[in-house]
Design a protein around this ligand. Structure first.
Ligand SMILES: C[S@@+](CC[C@H](N)C(=O)[O-])C[C@H]1O[C@@H](n2cnc3c(N)ncnc32)[C@H](O)[C@@H]1O
Length: 313
């Protein structure tokens, strides 16, 4: 009997995988695309002019030469980024189930451009929230307010019918519990669209070493609020596989795509104890090798409180 597949992980360009997915087959999408798409974000503009000494012969037998009139860098970087994202977001909208939603994670520099692109693809009415993930880490410039947040745009495929499990959202402590009744204070409050959450702590079990890894706490909240148990969660810029872990923990299936071997190697290590994962165009075995004899616990490791959370196997 074939083992039940809990998740599928592709080593591929996400556009190829997206184009093969059936329409309306995914319940929730979370993506955190890189700004640097791997291309040189620079374009040199050239003008061709008639010149006696030109090295090219053109119309009417005249000589022409090319002169560089400038190199565009920043504006083009945005154009390229949006051009890269657009076909992928069009596919994302197509593969989402009618009750599905998309969380799009980006930073404060690109969010405005991406919002307009997403409005065009999903429709303005489909925009539900801009979640601000606020953290407090890293240097503080003295020349402006230190930027310490990311932006997560939430779109529903159909704004009149989407999954939002209000009751399942983990509550957080009141800032001033003395101002509410003891019962309310004990229950905690629902988070708003501003989420205070630490970055992945350097010395935690969660830390994989993948440079752009996002905290599991953020993904847990997203998966629990916007998908149902047993449904399918897609992350096609999967990186270290945080979305897959959050999906597994809460009984959802996942589909992850990344075009970096390093990312798949990190996922292989992170998911090494999980059965039922289908790996496409990648062999996880070399990264999942287990030593024959388990290491003897030392006094230090026995007292380690930063225990790895257990996942369903
Ligand atoms: C910002 S990281 C995602 C990090 C992830 N959220 C995590 O928690 O680890 C973006 C990822 O997108 C991947 N990527 C970039 N272009 C891609 C493409 N065309 N197809 C698939 N993956 C791509 C990169 O390799 C990188 O791992």
């Amino acid at each position: 009997m074939k083992a039940q597949v809990t998740g599928t992980i592709h080593l591929a360009d996400n556009l190829e995988v997206l184009r093969k997915l059936p329409s309306e087959s995914v319940d929730l999408i979370y993506i955190d695309p890189p700004f640097n798409t791997g291309r040189v974000q620079k374009r040199t503009q050239i003008k061709t002019v008639r010149s006696k000494n030109g090295d090219r012969i053109g119309f009417g037998g005249h000589r022409y030469e090319s002169i560089v009139i400038g190199t565009k860098r920043f504006g083009d970087a945005f154009d390229d980024y949006l051009r890269f994202l657009e076909p992928r977001l069009v596919e994302a909208q197509r593969v989402l189930a009618p009750h599905g939603s998309l969380y799009f994670h980006v930073d404060y520099r690109e969010v405005h451009y991406c919002k307009i692109l997403l409005d065009c693809i999903f429709g303005r009415d489909s925009f539900l929230n801009e979640i601000i993930w606020a953290y407090d880490y890293g240097g503080r410039p003295k020349t402006k307010w230190p930027p310490k947040h990311d932006n997560i745009l939430l779109y529903a495929k159909d704004p009149s019918n989407y999954v939002f499990n209000y009751e399942d959202i983990e509550r957080i402590p009141y800032m001033t519990p003395g101002l509410v009744s003891p019962a309310k204070a004990a229950r905690g409050k629902l988070p708003t669209d501003t989420w205070w959450h630490t970055i992945v702590p350097t010395n935690s079990f969660e830390k994989t070493g993948y440079p752009t890894q996002k905290p599991l706490g953020i993904l847990r909240r997203i998966v629990q609020a916007s998908s149902r148990p047993g449904s399918l969660v897609l992350d096609f810029f999967a990186g270290s596989g945080t979305t897959g872990i959050a999906a597994l923990e809460s009984g959802r299936k996942f589909l992850l795509v990344d075009n970096s071997v390093t990312a798949l190697q990190v996922m292989a290590r992170r998911l090494k104890d999980i059965r039922g994962i289908e790996w496409v165009d990648f062999d996880p075995a070399p990264r999942q090798h287990r030593p024959r004899k388990p290491a003897q616990p030392t006094a230090k490791s026995a007292g380690n409180t930063k225990r790895k959370p257990s996942l369903p196997k």
